[in-house]
Design a protein. Structure first.
Ligand code: DGL
Length: 286
């Protein structure tokens, strides 16, 4: 029996994993691709479905009740269609809110993505850390509790960026993104106080690693950027057990709208191994 540190939920690891388990990687948009690549590296024999709720993007602006209802409805459709053995919620904005409801509703393991505040507190030398996330994630009770539990001795700056997830999507689509726009979103992370300056920034929205190299270049000073994707991939391996390698059906990307599926985006998706595209329409209720 293993304990999921996120919610204390216990799952029994599958003693005899299917030769090719299906892993559903879910995000509001394209950010979960940063988690997908680590997961496919860690489980090369798994059948991957990447689901982007692009009709709901960005989740950062949605109210909590609306978001829970939405994600349960979308997941209902995806689970019925793809029968995943495990779901990765590759979205902090969703995970910090909806994991208990998902686990109550579905009898499959859910691996969440939450702000890496504990590793940041362990890594900092100045004691000054920043959590770069969506406005939804920084407002969550869950995030406040993580901070109080693991980083009480640190000076923690929560930065709720309204634009960075969208800018990261633009960059992935090959559209131009101004340095000034990126810098404006990350600048509040860089804090100087009597005890020193910020030395660790957590990437607490899965979209942000898509523009990490640019953020590093634009940063006022070097910091350690923590991307939780490798830890999530380890957790998946841990739950699934060994996955037999072998020929898999093509990985599929499924969108709830598909409105932004341009040629360059299709090429970018193919670069992540997602050559098959499907649309599962779930319009956002007004
Ligand atoms: N990628 C998502 C996250 O990790 C959210 C972006 C959004 O939809 O606002 O938080």
């Amino acid at each position: 029996m293993q304990v999921d540190l996120l919610a204390g939920t216990e799952y029994r690891p599958l003693a005899v994993p299917r030769p090719q388990p299906t892993i559903l990687v879910f995000d509001s948009g394209l950010g979960g691709l940063t988690v997908l690549s680590r997961t496919t590296q860690a489980c090369p024999g798994a059948h991957i479905v990447y689901a982007a709720d692009d009709a709901g993007f960005p989740y950062g602006r949605l109210g909590e009740d609306e978001l829970v209802t939405r994600i349960l409805a979308v997941m209902e459709r995806l689970v019925a269609r793809y029968h995943p053995d495990l779901v990765v919620i590759a979205c902090n904005t969703a995970s910090t809110l909806v994991l208990p409801a998902l686990r109550a509703r579905f009898a499959i393991p859910f691996v969440g993505t939450v702000p890496a505040i504990k590793p940041a507190a362990a890594a900092t030398r100045s004691g000054i850390i920043s959590v770069l996330a969506t406005p939804g994630t920084v407002a969550r009770v869950y995030t406040r509790e993580l901070t109080e539990t693991y980083a009480a001795a640190c000076h923690v700056t929560l930065v709720g960026s309204t634009r960075l997830a969208g800018l990261a999507e633009q960059a992935l689509r090959g559209e131009p993104v101004d340095d000034d726009a990126l810098l404006a979103e990350i600048a509040p992370c860089f804090v100087v106080s009597g005890r020193g300056r910020t030395d660790v920034v957590t990437l607490s929205c899965t979209h942000y690693p898509l523009v990490l190299e640019r953020m590093k270049r634009l940063a006022p000073w070097p910091v350690e950027w923590i991307d939780p994707a490798p830890a999530i991939a380890r957790r998946v391996v841990n739950l699934l057990g060994p996955v037999a390698e072998g020929p898999c059906p093509d990985a599929t990307a499924v969108f709830t709208s598909g409105a932004g599926l341009s040629g360059p985006l299709r090429i970018a998706l193919a670069g992540y191994g997602l050559a098959r595209i499907a649309i599962e329409p779930v319009p956002l209720a007004n």
